[in-house]
Write a protein that binds this ligand. Sequence first.
Ligand code: G3P
Ligand code: CA
Length: 291
Amino acid sequence: YPARDSRPERHSLDVVAHRGASEDAPEHTLAAYRKAIEDGADALECDVRLTADGHLVCVHDRRVNRTSNGRGAVSGLELADLAALDFGSWKGQATDAEAPDRDPDLDRVSPASLPGEADDDHRDRTSVLTLERLLELVADADRRVELAIETKHPTRWAGQVEERLITLLDRFGLARPPKDEPSPVRVMSFSARSLYRVHLAAPGIPTVYLMQFLSPRYRDGRLPAGVGIAGPSIRIVRNNPEFVSRLQRAGNGVHVWTVNEPEDVELCARLGVDAVITNRPKAVLTQLGRR
Ligand code: G3P
Ligand code: CA
């Protein structure tokens, strides 16, 4: 990280861009992350997977079928295979069942017709994004932007995802944050085992245990060993708002996903959660009076 002011500006509720500003731009592309930074997001969320040749790339699904013009599992493809695919043009098309409506002007730029910067814009919107490139983007930002990295398929690779991740973070000087300063990077996972591996290898990096359902095991607000932040789904929070206070009483942070509706933002703010992870950072920041 450069020597610019690296202390976080503390807000009562941090806004984390889920897969980038993924309502406005194709998820996990450089364009989506640039937009999130421009919009003022406090942090960027990304999912990471290992390619067949050992690169960490930002792709959510096990396979590339939904978000690119290719087919197959990320783990079965090499980085060069992924680099040949278009990860952007699917957005806004009829088959894009999950993505919300968006400005059609942002879709489909023809590289042939657009020289220079437009070529770069096109690449930003369509290229597979490596975690390394995302770390560079964050390092080059003119303000502090945090990263919330989610490990996917951690069991298949038996520790390799975490090992590569820590090695990469080390290269960026992020694996061993100073004790008295909040870490600009955190690792999230639905797998307690994955988080434990990260904790053992780099105990200074905060970890977030993601929860899709409220398991009886964690109902009392305590989290797996080494974890200090809970990541419940908004559905858990809506149905069990008292769970948030239990987590808080147990001394844990609370980061809620995926919070897109104004009433859910309102609920999270009222409950005093620490962060909301959203596809719409601009709208949420506007609602919170921060834009
Ligand atoms: O931020 C946590 C959230 O991203 C977990 O769900 O499926 O979007 O990775 P998913
Ligand atoms: Ca995720």
